[in-house]
Design a protein around this ligand. Structure first.
Ligand code: GLU
Ligand code: ZN
Length: 308
């Protein structure tokens, strides 16, 4: 069995204990089976990414005793790849341009009969406002405006997946395509093994995800799927907070003709009060433990990854 995994931090702040756990776990899983451990710098958010943080990531990972295979890929070098994928989706009528701002979306999603807006792994479930005005116009390549987003037309994706064989009702039909992925870790509610979901469920609980953010030309979801494929990742190891978003990734892999890797979602490292660690919790920064004289083995113990 080949096993290639990766650690994919964003250089927007210091690595903390949660990142250390994720990186060491992925590294150890690869080493245990003679597999490959890769690194990817997720820096599409140009405003928040800083070269100093990227340099600190390499430094912290080396200090932890981790080694990775080259090349390290950086998302900011791959914007042309993302644009090309958007062109392909646009040509299949799978995208639409969305001019809504956050307020428009909140208001449309909380219309009186709808109640409070439903929040999914990509934020508020988009009510579809721009679907009829922002879609395929015969214009190719797709618009690349800086003032609007490109969203995945999940309704159209459902029709494509079903081969247009049956009219799909609001809540799907018996023919609705079921997608699958293999979970070798566990989701937040212990979900493991073969995870199956329907397109109708994605439409209802996630909605038309943004694939190209304003001013960014891509999004986390689009980039992660293309990059995992480009790096030949067989096993994605990451925090359970991304379990729900995996359905978006699997759906995109289907539409882009990419193989779905196995997924291993791991528990999140929490502070003493049970709150999950965030980038801004500088008190948990690895560099702080280093400065206080902790050793890499101390870090392993802290996150429950004892040696031997
Ligand atoms: N860049 C993401 C983060 O910092 C990780 C994405 C992933 O592993 O899929 O949380
Ligand atoms: Zn819109």
């Amino acid at each position: 069995m080949t096993f290639t995994t990766r650690f994919a931090p964003s250089p927007t702040g210091p690595l903390h204990l949660g990142h250390a756990y994720s990186a060491m776990l992925a590294h150890d899983m690869a080493r245990a089976v003679g597999g490959t451990f890769l690194l990817r710098i997720e820096d599409i958010d140009r405003a928040r990414s800083k070269p100093e943080w990227e340099a600190q990531i390499y430094d912290d990972l080396r200090w932890l005793g981790l080694t990775w295979s080259e090349p390290v890929i950086r998302q900011s070098d791959r914007l042309a790849v993302y644009a090309d994928a958007l062109d392909r989706l646009w040509d299949q009528h799978l995208l639409f341009a969305c001019t809504c701002n956050r307020r428009d979306i909140v208001e449309a999603a909380s219309a009186p009969q709808e109640g409070a807006p439903l929040i999914g792994p990509d934020g508020i479930v988009y009510p579809g406002t721009c679907r009829n005005t922002g879609g395929w116009t015969g214009q190719t390549p797709p618009p690349r405006p800086t003032d609007m987003a490109l969203r995945l037309d999940v309704w159209r994706a459902q029709e494509v997946a079903n081969g247009f064989t049956a009219p799909i009702g609001q809540n799907g039909t018996a023919y609705d395509k079921i997608a699958h992925f293999t979970e070798t870790g566990a989701g937040p509610d212990g979900q493991t093994g073969d995870i199956a979901f329907s397109y109708a469920e994605v439409i209802e609980t996630i909605g038309a995800v943004v694939l190209a953010r304003r001013d960014m030309g891509t999004s986390y979801h689009l980039s992660v799927v293309l990059d995992d494929a480009a790096q030949g990742i067989t096993d994605v190891v990451r925090g359970a907070d991304l379990f729900e978003a995996t359905r978006i990734h699997v759906l995109l892999q289907g539409l882009l003709g990419l193989r779905t890797p196995r997924y291993h979602h791991h528990r999140l490292i929490r502070d003493e009060t049970g709150k999950r660690l965030a980038k801004r919790d500088d008190a948990r920064a690895l560099s702080k433990f280093r400065a206080e004289g902790a050793t890499p083995d101390d870090i392993r113990r802290k996150v429950g990854l004892d040696h031997g």
